[in-house]
Design a protein around this ligand. Structure first.
Ligand code: NAD
Ligand code: DAU
Length: 353
């Protein structure tokens, strides 16, 4: 496979590339990333540029560039991670989320259709080159919020509550329409909250680890009793690969590890692991439109594709805390902004823009 990974310099994308190198190195990866504030090539330092891995700086909304990438690299698969991903930022700048997450996805779908369809001029044809697939990486947030009971299944209604989740839900619907109308071979995955190495410290777990290490206040939104279903990022990566290889065309797969925790439980676990004080906890004004609870019914992917998570939360969180302790330089560069100079220093002389 020649896999176009978009957003491969972000948290999950960079871990997916690392996971692929370890578990399926026979496939070629073409990483396209615009390097927004969230894209960090230092997260890929251990991945050498060679015949099986290339990085190209490009925006998924740039159709001419996408066309060039598909032609030059004979793309057979797309895994679309590229997105604006932070809920709090979407409350400040919704438009950016709509253009990147919706129109960017549509530009990718159009390019894939053009390159993969046997006769792109024939609007009635549903024939595609053999073995191609588009995988849209979506989120459980498209289903909105749960009360105390129940789980999100693939047939739960889409009820997004933030501009971020509305943009992701819109992209899912555009993907669905490209399967129904054009027959484009695709899958959608909807995963719960990920944690692990290389996550941007605007997200709950790395933010709390960093602030504990620096003995800074820990900002808890509202009462801290919101519930998320946490999955180690490598388990998300293995699930994506299972769907890429074995997913039935047109199907949606929820991904989750049955690890529901309140935010306060997570924060206290981090405090105790790092020997910090609970006095660092500071309750702050709640996030507008804050979803109370997410929880995933993962029975479709476990029974039909045979995927199971391999990390327990206890193992995953202690490895993750240790990773941030051992990689203070990575964190310092992110916080100081020094990581944005890495591209200019390491890539500009030898690689294409
Ligand atoms: P992230 O913010 O860490 O990374 C996003 C990456 O996309 C960055 O490298 C950024 O530079 C790139 N990007 C942004 N706009 C782009 C554009 N216009 N063109 C090209 N590249 C662009 O996000 P993440 O946490 O790694 O999430 C990746 C995907 O997984 C997203 O689609 C997100 O919705 C989804 N997801 C995330 C989680 C989670 O817990 N983090 C859970 C489920 C689904
Ligand atoms: O569920 C999947 C989603 O998980 C992904 O689609 C998103 O891209 C990803 O960002 C994540 O969204 P959340 O909003 O759940 O993650 P975040 O880390 O921003 O917040 C987790 C919980 O912690 C949420 O209830 C808000 C709370 N929180 C967060 C921050 C950053 C705090 O209480 N204080 C904070 O400072």
């Amino acid at each position: 496979m020649n896999i176009l990974v978009t957003g491969g310099a972000g948290f999950i994308g960079s871990n997916f590339i690392r996971w692929m190198k370890q578990h399926a190195p026979e496939h070629r990866i073409i990483n396209v990333d615009a390097l927004t504030y969230a894209g960090n090539l230092e997260s890929l330092r251990d991945i050498p540029q060679d015949a099986s891995y290339v990085f190209i700086r490009a925006d998924i909304r740039d159709r001419a560039k996408l066309d060039e990438v598909f032609s030059q690299h004979d793309i057979t698969h797309v895994v679309n991670f590229a997105a604006e991903s932070h809920v709090d930022r979407s409350i400040v700048d919704p438009e950016l989320f709509l253009t990147t997450n919706v129109l960017g996805t549509q530009a990718l779908l159009d390019t894939a259709k053009l390159h993969w369809k046997s006769n792109p001029e024939d609007k009635y044809s549903r024939e595609y080159r053999a073995g191609v697939k588009f995988l849209q990486v979506s989120t459980d947030e498209v289903y909105g919020a749960l009360g105390r009971e129940g789980l999100f299944s693939e047939t739960s209604p889409l009820m997004p509550n933030s501009p971020y989740s509305a943009a992701k839900a819109s992209a899912d619907l555009v993907c669905r329409s490209y399967f129904e109308t054009f027959g484009l071979p695709l899958n959608i995955t909807r995963c719960s909250n990920n944690y692990g190495p290389y996550q941007f410290p605007e997200k709950l777990i790395p933010l709390m680890i960093h602030n504990c290490m620096e003995e800074k206040p820990l900002p808890v939104y509202g009462d801290g009793m919101q519930i998320r279903d946490w999955l180690h990022v490598f388990d998300h990566c293995s699930a994506i690969f299972a769907v890429l290889i074995r997913g039935e065309m047109g199907e949606v797969y929820n991904i989750g590890g049955n690890n529901e925790r309140t935010n306060l439980e997570i924060i206290r676990q981090i405090i105790h692991s790092l020997g910090a004080s609970e006095e660092l906890i500071h309750f702050v004004k709640d996030r507008p439109g804050h979803d109370r609870r997410y929880a995933i019914d993962n029975s479709k992917i476990t029974t039909r594709l045979g995927w199971t998570p391999s990390y327990t939360f206890e193992q995953g969180i202690s490895e993750t805390i240790r990773w941030y302790q051992d990689n203070e330089e990575w964190m310092e560069h992110v916080l100081s902004g020094a990581y944005t100079e890495y591209y200019a220093r390491m890539y500009a002389p030898s690689f294409r823009e």
